[in-house]
Design a protein around this ligand. Structure first.
Ligand code: ZN
Ligand code: ZN
Length: 290
């Protein structure tokens, strides 16, 4: 029995070890910074930290291969209608240009996927788990229902593959998507960090904790600041919001359960007492199933 599952258990153990090393690196970077430059006073082991640790391992272990089939399908379908020579031209670009274009395409795709997750009630049920955090630090980046995570990553990667910046049309394989995803993931941890840093004019170009913290405020609307790394995409589509101050409270009005297991089920069976958004959908309340 055990020898039958041996290779899978070995792969799982290696992946858990790899993720533990990355976690240790993130802790070494962000815990001292959040202690020295805290935006809000906070304990290191805050409420739901263990749940978020569970998300960290669970989300990271979802195989990337799950996404490769639907992404390739969409990309190949679009490529049939693209001008001849376009993909060949993209392949001739130097690596740095392909990475820059990849970051841009990735964040525009993420912007629209994220925006839809707020505007379509069914998607909001899943995305509301991420917004349920009432204290924000770098680890909140990992708090996402697996379906929300898969949908966001799908939307982010599709434009990149459609433009021929990744496999299967790219002989160099998945180098650009991997680099872009690594940069995006690290930046995701940074923009959630409990840091009071402001970067002046640089905030026009690159997202900061203040930019994303306003996306998590409990006191005002959160239908702004959807992009992950490039805030001017929000300016372009009219959803940018960045006051000089930081939000004073975080979370949503709906009561989301604390445990990871209950949060997995919550979007499928939302509380019947929570009303559905009316004409002006408020992303604060997940609607009931209908
Ligand atoms: Zn959101
Ligand atoms: Zn967030």
């Amino acid at each position: 029995m055990l020898e039958h599952y041996g290779p899978q258990l070995y792969t799982l153990a290696i992946n858990v070890l790899r993720l533990s090393i990355w976690l240790a690196i993130l802790v070494v970077i962000f815990v001292p910074l959040e202690y020295l430059f805290a935006a809000h006073p906070k304990k290191i082991f805050r409420k739901n930290a263990l749940t978020d640790l569970g998300y960290y391992f669970m989300s990271s272990l979802i195989p990337a291969a799950l996404l490769s089939v639907p992404i390739s399908f969409v990309a190949l379908a679009v490529h049939r209608y693209m001008p001849a020579g376009f993909l060949a031209t993209m392949e001739t670009l130097p690596l740095w240009a392909r990475i820059v274009l990849g970051l841009l395409a990735n964040d525009i795709g993420y912007y629209w996927g994220h925006r839809l997750s707020h505007e379509i009630p069914f998607l909001w049920r899943f995305h509301s788990i991420h917004h349920s955090a009432e204290e924000i630090d770098f680890l909140v980046n990992t708090r996402a229902h697996p379906l929300d995570m898969v949908f966001g990553r799908f939307c982010a990667l599709v434009p990149l593959y459609v433009l021929g910046l990744g496999g299967p049309v790219d002989a160099r394989g998945t180098l650009v998507p991997v680099i872009v995803t690594l940069i995006g993931t690290f930046w995701g941890f940074f923009i959630h960090a409990n840091l009071k840093w402001r970067l002046g004019w640089f905030e026009w170009i690159i997202s900061t904790p203040a930019f994303h913290h306003w996306h998590h405020t409990k006191s005002g609307p959160i239908n702004h600041n959807y992009s992950s790394t490039l805030p001017w995409i929000d300016r372009l589509f009219g959803t940018h919001h960045l006051p000089n101050s930081l939000p004073t409270d975080y979370g949503i009005k709906a009561k989301v359960p604390d445990s990871l297991i209950d949060q997995m089920i919550y979007p499928i069976f939302p509380e019947p007492a929570v009303p559905a958004p009316k004409a002006d959908p408020s992303p604060d309340l997940p609607p009931p199933l209908s």
